[in-house]
Design a protein around this ligand. Structure first.
Ligand SMILES: Cc1cc2nc3c(=O)[nH]c(=O)nc-3n(C[C@H](O)[C@H](O)[C@H](O)COP(=O)(O)OP(=O)(O)OC[C@H]3O[C@@H](n4cnc5c(N)ncnc54)[C@H](O)[C@@H]3O)c2cc1C
Length: 425
């Protein structure tokens, strides 16, 4: 039985969340950052560290920080294995993880380097594991090693497979706690982080960009949008193209009952399908001792669709009228059927775990939380794999920041600051 009760679809929040409505939105600043997730906060920190005299403000629509992707994920500090050379992910994940560990040390944010296995269950998966090993070595993943069937059981005694990649430096953290630590540093240095402040309009003025929100407007010389699931809408308001469109994918998790948690020491991942930008259903230990299984990947009918039944007309319509959604559905309908089964049947999802850890049975799993991925989708139906950053007049937009963007946040923030400086002279 569960040791503590938790609302379905939500993760426990600390009792003292120090970033509740702490400031009034300023009327005029140099730079406004929209979005109080890990990326917006990391970008604000990078810009204000580079330019200490810069007046900046972070505007967040929710009453708390990290309410969306940053607060609903696997909590894995990725090692940087998967990413194709030349991609932003390949460039930023290894550096981002290193910087994140340093930041956690400085800010006393707890984390654990628990290590990760990517496990090939049968010989047919070995060529893909070889390719992952090649990529991991090209990306400079520290400590990466290849294990045989017996060696992998030394790392995870209850796991079965024919071969595995072991990344001992992969770790776990609560990214919401990282976001709060970033906000604390910003506020201590005089940068307001304003919650309950939804940006609803973007207007160009002489030498300024004005962000209209429920509490008036904030004018700035430049704006950085890190709005996750709503990034495409804000970009369009600022004059950008409608492509790529954000389509929300709900990712639900189960958790292992306390009596069976000892069967997973760290992180156990499958060999993923290389044509999809998702890493597959995995077993993950969390800092609070829970072990999760997930996430699923099912198209959601709301951009904050944490419950399976939650639909919002505008969000559903935005996905359904986008030609890319139908092209994606035509290409991926078989995968879609499997995902529907995983999303609707605890037993089916639990079976995905017993492929790797045969001792785990469906009755060992309990409901847990869900996250919603803000996934960019091209008009031609391609799911955008890499990070996407673009600019409009006086603004920069992060238009695709899927996993491992939380791991990469501090390195991605440097790229954002570089591009903002270039666009802003
Ligand atoms: C299920 C799942 C598992 C994942 N696992 C991992 C993992 O293990 N490791 C990893 O590195 N990454 C992981 N990720 C990815 C990671 O969570 C995201 O890449 C990262 O959190 C993105 O941060 P963000 O700040 O861009 O987005 P968000 O955290 O979504 O923040 C965007 C913010 O913008 C705000 N906002 C939106 N519109 C407005 C507006 N109009 N006005 C004001 N504010 C606005 C939102 O309220 C939100 O707070 C996972 C994601 C999911 C969904």
């Amino acid at each position: 039985m569960p040791t503590r009760r938790m609302a379905r679809g939500s993760r426990a929040q600390p009792e003292t969340d120090r970033s509740l409505v702490t400031a009034e939105p300023p009327g005029e600043v140099d730079v406004t950052i929209v979005g109080g997730g890990i990326l917006g906060l990391a970008a604000a920190r990078e810009l204000t560290r580079r330019h200490p005299a810069l007046q900046a403000a972070v505007l967040e629509r929710e009453p708390k920080l990290a309410c969306h992707q940053t607060g609903h994920n696997s909590g894995v500090i990725h090692g940087g294995i998967y990413y194709a050379s030349g991609s932003l992910k390949a460039q930023l994940c290894v550096a981002g993880a290193r910087e994140l560990y340093d930041f956690c040390d400085e800010s006393q944010t707890p984390y654990k380097r628990c290590g990760k296995l990517i496990v090939a269950r049968n010989p047919s998966e070995l060529p893909r594991l070889d390719e992952l090993e090649r990529r991991g070595r090209a990306n400079g993943v520290p400590g990466l090693r290849r294990l045989g069937a017996a060696e992998l059981r030394e790392v995870e005694p209850h796991c079965r497979g024919v071969s595995a990649l072991h990344s001992p430096q992969t770790g776990i953290v609560d990214f919401a706690a990282v976001a709060r630590a970033l906000a604390a540093e910003l506020e201590a240095n005089g940068t307001p982080v304003v919650t309950r402040c939804e940006v609803t309009g973007v207007e160009r003025r002489a030498h300024r960009i004005a962000l209209v929100h429920g509490r008036g407007e904030t004018r700035a010389r430049f704006a950085v949008f890190c709005a996750g699931g709503w990034s495409d809408r804000l970009a369009v308001k600022a004059g950008a193209s409608a492509e790529p469109r954000i389509v929300p994918f709900r990712g639900a998790y189960l958790r292992v009952c306390p009596e069976r948690r000892h069967m997973v020491r760290g992180l156990i991942y499958p060999v993923p399908d290389p044509s999809l930008p998702f890493l597959g259903v995995h077993l993950s230990r969390h800092l609070d001792g829970e072990v999760s299984l997930g996430p699923t990947a099912l198209l959601a009918l709301a951009r904050d669709g944490y419950r399976l039944s939650h639909a919002r007309l505008r969000d559903a319509a935005d996905s359904l009228v986008w030609p890319g959604t139908w092209r994606m559905a035509r290409r991926w309908w078989r995968t879609g059927l499997i995902e529907i089964r995983h999303a609707t049947s605890r037993r089916a999802l639990a079976r995905a775990a017993s492929d790797y850890v045969p001792g785990l049975e469906p009755r060992d799993f309990l409901p847990y939380f869900a996250g919603v991925r803000a996934q960019a989708l091209r008009r031609d139906g391609r799911l955008v794999d890499d990070f996407v950053v673009s600019t409009t007049e006086r603004a920069l937009h992060v238009r695709n920041a899927p996993s491992p963007a939380a791991t990469s946040a501090l390195a991605l923030a440097r790229l954002i600051a570089d591009r903002a400086e270039a666009a802003f002279e």
